[in-house]
Design a protein around this ligand. Structure first.
Ligand code: ATP
Length: 252
């Protein structure tokens, strides 16, 4: 029991003096952060500031150039991490039904065909897309495709969900429903969430922790400590009135 509790208190992800990039190109320098079980992290920052690159590093898709990004032992195989990429990352030349698309989430995890099928239908039901399971992924609405992407991540029964800009392109209701789903997963199922967003109001409302990306650096910590006007100005290069996020006239 004590061992189990000690494991729960150990961070699930630790970045220590990590430099992240591609080949010799450094994108992020000296990243230091700890993500604990049950946290709801929002990653915010301008386009190209390195949010997705840090996610790639957490997913093991790129190696650190210096320092480490390590996952807790029980996460190291990454089978319990669900990743929802940006829609633009989907391969448009691959045409599958929604059901086949969702089942792909189990790639690399050995399951009997019958279990795979059952799980697929279950997560499709949770996400409200079971009735369109035979439709092509490209013939459904953007909101339904987003739901399929979440279902594809949920099918892994994740302990950590990483969601990259899920609400972009969705209408108000679809975005609201998606946010509700992700919040419920965090609150009710205690799934740890990393949520990349450009919406500061979402960050203010949902995050327990915030990582702010700018000039190759990451300011990371508890929301109450880091999400303030000073850091927002550093992050976006403009003065932001806190907490209303109305941009102010640039300083003379
Ligand atoms: N495979 C790659 N090889 C070389 N450079 C890359 C590669 N992928 C991304 N980059 C560069 O890394 C930088 C950070 O990109 P990244 O996608 O991490 O930013 P981001 O903050 O997620 O941006 P956005 O908000 O636009 O999605 C960019 O300058 C990008 O061009």
């Amino acid at each position: 029991m004590e061992k189990e509790q000690a494991q729960q208190e150990t961070p699930i992800i630790v970045a220590e003096k990590a430099n992240i990039g591609y080949g010799k190109k450094v994108i992020l320098q000296d990243v230091n952060m700890e993500i604990h079980s049950g946290d709801f992290w929002c990653f915010i920052g301008s386009n190209g500031s390195g949010k997705t690159s840090l996610i790639k590093s957490i997913l093991g898709a790129i190696k650190t150039l210096r320092g480490v990004v390590v996952l807790r032992k029980d996460f190291a195989r990454r089978t319990r991490i669900g990743f929802v990429p940006q829609e633009s990352e989907l391969n448009k030349s691959v045409s599958t039904t929604l059901e086949e698309f969702v089942a792909c989430g189990l790639a690399g995890i050995p399951f009997k065909k019958s279990v795979r099928h059952k799980r697929t239908l279950k997560v499709m039901e949770i996400m409200g897309i079971k009735h369109i399971k035979n439709s092509s992924i490209w013939n459904v609405s953007g909101g339904q495709r987003q739901r399929a992407m979440i279902a594809r991540a949920l099918i892994r029964d994740p302990l950590l969900m990483i969601v990259d800009e899920p609400t972009s392109g969705l209408d108000f209701r679809a975005a609201h429903e998606l946010l509700q789903t992700i919040t419920d997963l965090n609150r009710d199922k205690k799934i740890t969430v990393i949520f990349v967003t450009h919406d500061l109001n979402i960050c203010q409302e949902l995050a327990s922790h915030v990582a702010m990306f700018h000039d190759q650096k990451v300011i990371a910590g508890v929301k109450e400590e880091v999400f303030n006007s000073e850091n927002l100005e550093k992050t976006f290069g403009i003065a932001v009135e806190f907490p209303f996020y109305r941009t102010l006239k640039s300083k003379e």
